[in-house]
Design a protein around this ligand. Sequence first.
Ligand SMILES: Nc1nc2c(ncn2[C@@H]2O[C@H](COP(=O)(O)OP(=O)(O)OP(=O)(O)O)[C@@H](O)[C@H]2O)c(=O)[nH]1
Ligand SMILES: [Mg+2]
Length: 361
Amino acid sequence: MQIGIVGLPFSGKSTLFQTITKSHFDPAALGKAEAHHAVVKVPDARLDECSRIFSPKRTVNATIEFVDVVGLKKGETGSTQFTTNFLSNVKTNDALVQVVRLFANDAVPHPDGTIDAQRDIDSFETEFILSDLAVVENRVERLKKQVMKSGDELGKRELPVLEKCKHILDSATPLREHDFSKEELQLLKTYQLLSIKPMLIALNLDESQRDQADSLRKKVAELKEGKHTKVVSFFGKIEMEMSELADEEASVFMQEYGITESALDTLIRESYAMLGLQSFFTVGEDECRAWTIRRGMTAQEAAGVIHSDFFAKFIRAEVVHYDDFIAHGGSFAKAKEAGVWRLEGKEYIVKDGDIISIRHG
Ligand SMILES: Nc1nc2c(ncn2[C@@H]2O[C@H](COP(=O)(O)OP(=O)(O)OP(=O)(O)O)[C@@H](O)[C@H]2O)c(=O)[nH]1
Ligand SMILES: [Mg+2]
């Protein structure tokens, strides 16, 4: 699962990437042709609490991968050029974080001269829609011929889905705001369409905009938020400085600024949720661990994520939800007594935050 960080030049992509991945690269390398990848721990207060209760030898967080997508450059004419090279770098991601610049900084002028979130967001939207339309139209034409000539079965199934896409794109809306069935999504996968990818719009604010942070976010959210489009805000520069501090210093700093949770933690968790991912936990004195599954997965499938043997030899799952576990003093015995600890069969749909132990043969 990979999330691409995109955005106009000088919007703060590399600043964000370095902060969430706690990595550093030479400023001279910023904007260079090669993309940076890093795996990031998904922060989870529930897992931290389990670790406090069990004091295990190790605690293992869920992870996701972020990429600083490079290749978007200011063209000769001054406007930003969405080259095919850039668009193909975007295609390989499962979801996108679009950094939108709201901070003013004369030292690094905005490529379009002024700060305008809506214009920036729309320019990406338009490019993505146009790129998708080209792919879809081209394919529809070819498939029509193919189906007529040979009665191609796969083609027959694909054609109506692609025509549906064309219809949506023609009305200038991104595909991600429409419902597609599992089968339809499967058929569309090979086309790596851009506007179908879930999108988190991350507004990069300056320290001085602290008081307006909420209203600025709401303004953009009202216009842009949708089923698979979310809007969050963060403070690129301070967050970066904060990430360079030791944990203790950072918490003093956060208190001083009245930050309750690092915006970046929120951003990572939102990205995880945006991918349709959720966590269940295994706990014990050896290890407390968050495992990643897709929403809707069964107990047997979840067991298979831990070990393929657990899938094959699945008998039952012992399940208690984290909230119930905590409500009963973080004790399995009390949770059992209260009847919130249960045995579930292989068809049980695992919930985000379930604590599970697999019984297998
Ligand atoms: N004042 C201010 N400056 C910022 C903020 N975020 C980033 N910058 C500055 O803006 C410049 C560009 O930031 P980058 O993170 O390199 O931006 P980018 O989107 O990766 O840029 P390219 O890779 O060149 O497209 C740097 O000089 C940052 O220090 C912010 O929140 N406030
Ligand atoms: Mg960069």
